[in-house]
Design a protein around this ligand. Structure first.
Ligand SMILES: Nc1ncnc2c1ncn2[C@@H]1O[C@H](COP(=O)(O)OP(=O)(O)OP(=O)(O)O)[C@@H](O)[C@H]1O
Ligand SMILES: [Mg+2]
Length: 156
């Protein structure tokens, strides 16, 4: 019989890992639309990557895929931490770049969103790792030397 730990790592190894290269903004939008097709209510998506890496662009694509009709309003809000968009499934878009610490998320009742009836997407999610539900989708962006973006997706 195999030790219990073996099973766990085996399961981990079979978790989907998607690696995509996006050369343009439109390619990132298209990727977001495609990912949205696999998202159901209750999904939490953690976006991690530097300033200007393309996190908000991906959120626009996901919003489009979730049936948000006007994605012009999907942008990083300066004064609010979360914005809600109505689509086939509601989309809760967090940008916590300016957040002081996890405590300020607790005061806005983040769990109503994370464990609610929509898709939650969080830019700069690495700042609140401890608050993320165990089951979440992680998207990591990096800007490559030629300006294209490498986008790695885990847990979809
Ligand atoms: N392949 C690409 N994918 C996405 N955006 C790209 C790509 N190539 C160039 N860009 C440009 O990079 C910028 C990405 O901006 P975006 O607001 O999405 O970044 P962000 O990760 O949300 O940054 P911030 O941390 O400031 O919120 C846009 O101006 C976009 O046009
Ligand atoms: Mg952004």
């Amino acid at each position: 019989m195999e030790p219990a730990g073996y099973e766990i790592s085996k399961r981990k190894a079979t978790r989907t890992l998607i690696k995509a290269i996006s050369r343009t903004r439109d390619e990132t939008i298209a990727l977001g639309e495609k990912l949205a097709r696999r998202m159901k209510k209750g999904v939490v998506v953690a976006l991690i990557g530097d300033l200007g890496a393309g996190k908000t662009v991906l959120v626009k694509g996901i919003a489009k895929g979730l049936g948000v009709t006007d994605t012009r309003y999907v942008n990083s809000p300066s004064f609010v931490i979360v914005k809600e968009h109505r689509g086939r499934i509601p989309l809760y878009h967090f940008d916590i770049y300016r957040l002081e610490g996890p405590a300020s998320l607790e005061t806005i009742g983040y769990d109503e969103y994370f464990y609610g009836n929509g898709v939650t997407i969080i830019e700069w999610a690495d700042k609140i790792k401890g608050l993320l539900p165990k089951r979440h989708i992680e998207v990591r962006f990096s800007i490559r030397d030629d300006g294209s973006r490498e986008i790695k997706i885990k847990g979809l």
